[in-house]
Design a protein around this ligand. Structure first.
Ligand code: F55
Length: 834
């Protein structure tokens, strides 16, 4: 199963693997000394006078010192071996807290804990001080963070390129149950993990015009005469491999005003204007756009995309490869992996560099470019596919637009040749759409330019071929492939669930941390009553820890000894948080109307976590409804506390690390054919939760691996959805014919959860009964059935635990290490290139 052997996969390690070569292994005393040194020299305070933030920063500095020596070594080695590397281009990295991960990667967890104890400090308190860098929206950004972790751990050279947003994903608060966004000031107390390099600033141009001229050889050429520019400042972050001594780089770009730009204005005497120029430039990396499914066609967003991609290409070509390198061989040293279409403007940028700046002729440049990019698609929703209006693109990047036109012309000639006379096909496939307005379809550009196109789970890749890009997969079937997503077991099992990790290691050793398929060796332990009991103890302790966190964080008290049923993910209609609500409201309605005795109901905590895009009104109303149902049900004495609903605000990576290890049941209930993959589903499985889910995204593969008897499947399959859609879907018929469903919807519509006001949730109700784009009502009955099966199964504690252990044992496939092996094999080219 291991696939190609990538370098020395997990070379033998120093006891503290990321300590500089030749240095003695760190000791608690040494660690204390270095910590106190950092506290006094960097924070300028004594231990007695220091704040928790001082202590956190000094501890982070101490760990960072251990890593930086290996980081420098990794780079030095790469400068001599010159391996082919991956440049992962992603507008988002949802990293989560760094301190715990870096302690784990260096093997310093125990030493640091003891050292802090000797200083009279609790390391848990220091770790809790860190504000996570939330530089992403959700699954796509977290995937990028998992991938760079895996590449470092697998000893694969990789640079992650992205944007250093000053404000990451907004901090969510609830006011009267409604989402209110607060700015995420993650840098306010200082970020000890970044290395700023203003001396390596890169100038990036925008706007202006293009002109033609005749060069020294009498060849007519084009050049871009830009109108304005900004500086890109690189901020480097260390990406340590797990106990292997490699430290890769994540390079995030921050925008500043260029000197030339503001000096000119200063000299003209307009000081205020010069300051405005500064602000204008800094705007580019000010804030992460919080839309995760409907890209905002805003000029600033395109500026962000071009800014980071142009910085990254220049950085790799000029600084990593250097002026001596023959760019005809570019693909021998790099593959640019496009994380969705956000970085696709890199394609015309590379063409511009090669043709306008390096003197390549067009065909030569295109031959190189086509080999250097690969494209990963993360969606199936039509409204999520990025298109850029031609007038906007032409205003900001006139030369790039011209290059895109030429790429399109030559591509359409190829299509004409393959399908003579098929003008409809030409129009369908054109990179430039004509209606409703002229616009560039970025997914098409990525598909034309990429050497490979992949989806993120088997079903998704199939639907990508058949439904999103059918003409392209017909033209180039070999271009299309699948790489099923994965998650890093270091953060989401070893770090987040120390209890389970230790239990696993006591049974099968520690090899699983870097070779997750070895969890298979746990299968026999599912039959071992003692192991199962230990497994339950771990869950119970994780639940207790979660309770502590939720009380401290939000004052939320969960029910004791309840099943923990968790639905955490972005709020979107296709993910169907409303279906989950209909289940809860049904149980509640049956109880208060006397048809269901609460004493016969399995006590359950229902935990939600979800941010809504600020402009997505329906999603915000659903959040409001979850909170309203929560406060009503939790307060209703007739329920007797058997149903508890908790919706802690501001779900993020840090909270995920607390929730997932405590969960019994994982809710993965999207309409089949809508969730590209899901990655939360994998994290829950890995931590021993059972899944209730549809046949969607990676759920399909999870169920195949764990077996039907260990998975609660419900709902229509994707072909059944398509069929119902085709014959015409009418949610009203389901509403009319199902008493419990009608009861639940009517209760919401009655104002029961809104102080008697029928208007508050009126639009949710109307939408469900008349439109229901994602067919929650069609899957309701099947979902309720599946939930009954869950209740029955949960009642048999031993059987449930057996299933939970098997879920863990069969989760090895979902390590992002395996995803990275698949990318290497199917997309990037196999070693020894790396
Ligand atoms: C962010 C910005 C824009 Cl403009 C569009 C989408 C997003 C985004 O965050 N998408 C996203 O998270 N997609 C998810 O990617 C995951 C990783 O592949 C999948 O598991 C998940 O199914 C998909 O929805």
């Amino acid at each position: 199963h291991a696939g190609p052997h990538v370098g020395p996969m997990f070379p033998p390690t120093h006891p503290v693997a990321n300590a500089p070569v030749g240095t003695p292994p760190p000791t608690v005393d040494g660690f204390v000394r270095e910590f106190l040194h950092e506290l006094t020299s960097n924070q300028g305070v004594s231990l007695e006078r220091s704040t928790v933030n001082d202590q956190y920063l000094a501890l982070a500095q101490t760990v960072r010192n251990y890593l930086s020596a290996r980081w420098i070594e990794t780079q030095k080695k790469q400068r001599t071996t010159r391996p082919k590397g991956v440049a992962y281009l992603s507008a988002e990295y949802l990293l989560g807290r760094q301190l715990g991960n870096n302690l784990l990667a260096t093997g310093l967890i125990d030493i640091a804990e003891e050292a802090m104890k000797q200083c009279g400090l609790d390391i848990a308190v220091l770790r809790a001080q860190e504000v996570e860098p939330g530089l992403g929206n959700g699954g796509l950004g977290r995937l990028a963070a998992c991938f760079v972790d895996s590449l470092a751990t697998m000893n694969v050279p990789c640079i992650g390129y992205g944007l250093r947003y000053e404000y990451g994903i907004f901090r969510q608060t609830f006011v009267d149950g409604q989402q209110v966004e607060q700015p995420d000031t993650w840098l306010a107390l200082g970020c000890p993990w970044e290395f700023a390099h203003p001396e390596h600033a890169i100038q990036i141009d925008f706007g202006g015009t293009i002109e033609t001229y005749v060069d020294a050889d009498g060849v007519e050429r084009t050049r871009w005469v830009p109108e304005w520019n900004v500086l890109g400042i690189p901020y480097n972050y260390m990406v340590p491999g797990y106990l292997n001594g490699r430290v890769n780089t994540l390079r995030l770009w921050s925008a500043e005003a260029t000197k030339a730009f503001d000096l000119a204005i200063f000299n003209s005497g307009d000081y205020a204007q010069a300051v405005r120029a500064q602000t204008f430039a800094e705007n580019i990396t000010k804030v992460l756009y919080p839309e995760d499914s409907t890209p905002q066609g805003k000029e600033l967003r395109l500026q962000q995309q071009y800014f980071f991609v142009a910085c990254s290409l220049r950085d790799y070509i000029e600084r990593v490869l250097g002026p001596e390198f023959d760019l005809h061989e570019l693909d021998s040293r790099i593959i640019f992996q496009l994380n969705d279409t956000h970085p696709v403007i890199a394609v015309p940028e590379l063409m511009r560099i090669l043709v306008d700046l390096k003197g390549f002729d067009w065909d030569e440049a295109w031959a190189v470019t086509k080999k250097c990019f690969a494209y990963t698609c993360h969606t199936l929703l039509p409204e999520a596919l990025e298109v850029w209006p031609v007038d906007l693109l032409g205003r900001l990047l006139p030369r790039h637009l011209e290059i895109i036109y030429r790429i399109n012309e030559e591509f359409l000639d190829e299509v004409r040749e393959a399908f003579p006379g098929d003008e409809m096909r030409i129009r369908r496939m054109s990179i430039v759409a004509e209606h409703p307005a002229r616009a560039v379809r970025m997914a098409y550009l990525a598909t034309v330019a990429g050497c490979k196109v992949n989806g993120v789970a088997e079903l998704h890749s199939q639907l990508l071929r058949d439904k999103v890009l059918p003409d392209f997969s017909q033209l180039w079937p070999e271009k299309f492939t699948n790489v099923t997503n994965g998650v890093t077991p270091r953060r989401f099992l070893r770090l987040a669930n120390r209890g389970l990790s230790e239990l696993i290691s006591s049974a099968i050793g520690t090899g699983w941390v870097t070779d997750l398929e070895r969890l298979r060796e746990l299968e026999p332990y599912a039959e071992d009553a003692e192991f199962r009991s230990a497994f339950r103890d771990v869950k119970t302790r994780n639940k207790a820890k979660l309770n502590e966190v939720l009380i401290a964080r939000d004052g939320i008290e969960l029910g004791q000894d309840h099943m923990l049923d968790v639905m955490v993910k972005r709020l979107h209609e296709y993910k169907r948080q409303t279906l989950k609500l209909l289940h809860i409201v049904t149980l509640y309605n049956e109880i208060i109307s006397g048809r269901l005795d609460p004493k016969t109901v399995t006590p359950r905590n229902f935990v939600f976590g979800a941010k809504a895009a600020p402009g997505y009104l329906m999603a915000k109303q659903i959040i409001h409804l979850i909170n309203a149902v929560g406060s009503t049900v939790n307060a209703d004495e007739r329920v007797g506390g058997v149903l508890k609903i908790a919706f802690p605000p501001n779900y993020n990576v840090t909270l995920a690390e607390k929730l997932i290890p405590a969960a019994d049941l994982s809710e993965q209930i999207s309409l089949a054919g809508m969730e590209a993959s899901g990655t939360g589903n994998m994290k829950f499985q890995m931590n021993g939760a059972l899944t209730i889910g549809t046949d969607d995204g990676a759920n399909v593969e999870i169920r195949r691996l764990v077996g039907d008897e260990n998975f609660f499947l419900f709902g229509m399959s994707e072909p059944e959805v398509a069929e119902l859609q085709a014959k015409g879907y009418d949610p009203g018929t389901y509403y009319e014919s199902d008493r419990r469903l009608r009861g639940a919807i009517d209760l919401i519509g009655s104002g029961h959860f809104s102080g008697g006001d029928r208007g508050t949730f009126g639009s949710i109700v109307t939408n469900l009964v008349t439109v229901d784009r994602f067919m929650a009502l069609a899957d309701y009955a099947s979902y309720m059935d599946a939930q009954e099966r869950v209740e029955k199964a949960y009642a048999d504690t031993e059987e449930w635990t057996r299933s939970a252990v098997l879920n863990v044992a069969r989760s090895g496939y979902f390590s992002s290490d395996r995803s990275m092996r698949d990318y290497i094999q199917r997309i990037w080219g196999t070693p020894p290139a790396f």
